[in-house]
Design a protein. Sequence first.
Lengths: 290, 242
Amino acid sequence: MMQVIANGIVAGAGYALFALGFGLVHSTGRFFHMAHGGSYVVGAYLTYVLVSKVGLSSLVGGCGGVLGGAVLGAMMEIAVFRPLRRRNASREGMFLAALGLMVCIQNGVSLVFGDQPVVLRTASVEPGMLFLGARITNVQVCIVATCIAAAASAWIGLQKTNLGMRIRAVASSHELATVYGLRPEAILLLVMVCASALGSLAGILSGFDTDLTPSMGFYAQLMGVAASIVGGIGSVRGSLLGGFMVGLVQHLGVWKLPTQWQEAIVFALVAVCLCIRARGFLRTNWGTKD
Amino acid sequence: MTDVSDGRIPLLRTEALWSGYGTRGVLADVSIAIHKGEVVAVVGHNGAGKSTLLKSLFGLATIHSGRIVLDGMLVAKPTPLNSLKAGIVYLPQRKQVFPELSIKENLALVAQRLPKHDRSDRMNHVATIFPVLRQRWNQEAGSLSGGERQMLGLGLAMIMSPRLLLLDEPSLGLAPDLVVRVLEKARDLAQGYGVAVVVVEHKVKKVLAIADCAYVLRNGRVTFGSRASDLMDEATLLTAYL
């Protein structure tokens, strides 16, 4: 039982990290960023190249992967989302464009690396330390710690800094932000870069814990979006709550049920939560209005 | 050109301005003059192009032809950032404040455009002009009444020490007594601080009561321009509108 809960918490931390970036883009850019999983998978595979092929250390390779994910986010914003926004594209149009990007990225990774799983970790598999009856590896501890540190940094950044205030203002109204000289396009680019860095960080950490596959981004996207919706899109605390809820329900569910039910259990949770709190448990009050 | 300048040099003037959104034209051959310390009322039916005129002056609409002259200098291509740098501030219809931010955050956000050492002074100055804001410093702007939001909007504008303030329908959604208060505040800003204020307004009589001069727009064209007091006459107003 304790092992199942521990696994749920670790998985939930990864989903929360993903949901954090996804929610930031949704709140400021006001669209469903379905290509967020692209940064997740590109960050992980770039780290694989830097660590396994180039021979860099895991830390340096991981930093390179985060940087690569952030650059990919910037490219998506500049080449696709910004031009669409300037043409007054609908949210549905933006969603479709993002989904198309995600498919292209996944297929691209598949073409380059093949569909077989690849291994990112260089050290041999350790049994992990025993903690409250559950075995937890160093990587898993790192995933949970990184998630909490990233969430705390995001909360402080948004609520306590001038830049955070600007981000919340742009999320509130792009037009009004323009009227007061806030340069919404620059803010949206910055948010996309930070969110993509968070997404790729989630992918890299997951890659050190399990194997890499080209479709890992799509799966993370599904779970991350579910976590974001359950917790409240755009809310830092909501991303944490949603991530851990999804992770725990997913793992506790398959403790008694066949593993094929894993995704179904998560979306049953989403349905139940939406019935109770249609806007998520801790939805932020910024970035929700036109 | 409709000249109500009495020989004075205007702060801003437009000459045969044609503008709109993208390729769609809205304003046609509009020539107006705005002077320092003066309240200019712009009135007209719905769709006459009143808001487009303000957006054209601020840089939110597309200029097709004609000239905008500020301080005797031609403004080649107005953009919101250039307008703000030149001291032109625009308060849009309905939404002038960030409702999810507190009053203090709204003011601090706009004050970020100023040098650091000026920020708190300007914020205190605005709180002096609008005491109601200081009483609710940490309250979310979204929880303010319509009139209080308008005051905050004017406060945000005043933070930037504007030379020209463009107000788009400040009375929208306000109770009649609040409309008078907001318009009087706009007049005080003009008289007390030398700000040129352009007010687009549906409540014609109320805005003419505080305005120095007025323009009537119809189908994107200026059909009448005079001292505001001249337009107060019922027959003249009727002629200008029809």
